[in-house]
Design a protein around this ligand. Structure first.
Ligand code: AMP
Ligand code: ZN
Ligand code: FE
Ligand code: FE
Length: 283
């Protein structure tokens, strides 16, 4: 038995619907799944609606892109109340910032002579919000690039030809929103913050002070040796050990729902998280 606390649906840049993710979890022997779309919780309700049908517990979640000093961090929020006033407002602000950013990217692509349009981007994106992976798909459809990574490396990544920044909350604010909305804040995939992990020495005590409660330890690209080091960081900073696959469906081939590479998340973690929630008065 295992659980998966990091998945993306088509409400952000995943390709499966929330209901399909729950169904897939059930077929893969995953007993609980968190829907953690980028900057939106719009898909959580659809997953919850089929939770009983498939016998899979659904954990409401979100993955916020935030800034801290010169770092971009992803902060996962679990059991967040999306209706809580400040959280609902923050998610709206982020959606609007994304929309403005996406339109500017399309303009840059047009200036580069690529016949891209907002309508086409929206069609590729389908339901939910649009992210750079959708724009990467558009570039592939136009034959401008051959792969997702080429699209990022030549056009969409920071500093590249069609890169446009967007507003992001600070780590301090985002962790505060998550806590105020009754949730548990977790640092996602520390390997993507610093592949040596050394930055965690100074970063974790600061984030802990802001209200961080966990660190994503079990993650496909975090090998067993690295997990051991992350466990030590977690112990030093009294953080929960969480994990998940970061499953995005067909748009990111090679990732499977829990149980895949380096990802085994003990189901007991949910009990520990729920104890935290009852102390906070969320449950
Ligand atoms: P956005 O949230 O719209 O700024 O897009 C960021 C998302 O693009 C990330 O969450 C990743 O899923 C994806 N991404 C970022 N860099 C790359 C890359 N080099 N290759 C493929 N996907 C990427
Ligand atoms: Zn993504
Ligand atoms: Fe992430
Ligand atoms: Fe993710």
């Amino acid at each position: 038995m295992t659980i998966d606390l990091h998945t993306h649906s088509h409400y952000s840049d995943g390709t499966k619907s929330p209901a399909e993710l729950v169904q897939l979890a059930s077929m893969s022997g995953v007993t609980a799944i968190a829907i953690t779309d980028h900057d939106t919780m719009d898909g959580v309700g659809e997953a919850e609606a089929v939770s009983a049908k498939y016998g899979v517990e659904v954990v409401p979640g979100v993955e916020l892109s935030v800034v801290h000093e010169n770092l971009v961090l992803h902060i996962l929020g679990y059991y967040v109340d999306a209706q809580q006033k400040d959280m609902a407002h923050a998610l709206t602000v982020l959606q609007e910032a994304r929309d403005r950013r996406n339109e500017k990217i399309i303009v840059k692509l047009q200036e580069l002579g690529i016949a891209a349009s907002i309508e086409e981007m929206k069609e590729i994106s389908g339901v939910g919000q649009t992210g750079r992976p959708h724009i990467a798909k558009l570039l592939m459809n136009h034959g401008v690039v051959r792969s997702m990574s080429q699209a990022f490396n030549e056009y969409l990544a920071k500093g590249c030809r069609a890169y446009v920044g967007r507003f992001a909350y600070s780590a301090k604010d985002a962790i505060a929103f998550i806590n105020a909305a009754g949730g548990i804040a977790v640092l996602a995939h520390p390997i993507q913050v610093d592949k040596t992990l050394c930055v965690l020495n100074s970063l974790l005590p600061v984030l802990k002070d802001y209200g961080l409660e966990g660190i994503e330890t079990y993650y496909p690209s975090q090998k067993k040796k690295m997990q051991k080091r992350i466990r030590k960081f977690a112990a030093t900073n009294d953080l929960l050990l969480t994990g998940g696959s970061d499953y995005h469906g067909d748009i990111r081939p090679g990732t499977r729902l829990a149980g895949g590479h380096n990802v085994y998340v003990p189901p007991e973690l949910l009990e520990t998280m729920k104890e935290r929630l009852s102390k906070k008065g969320t449950l």
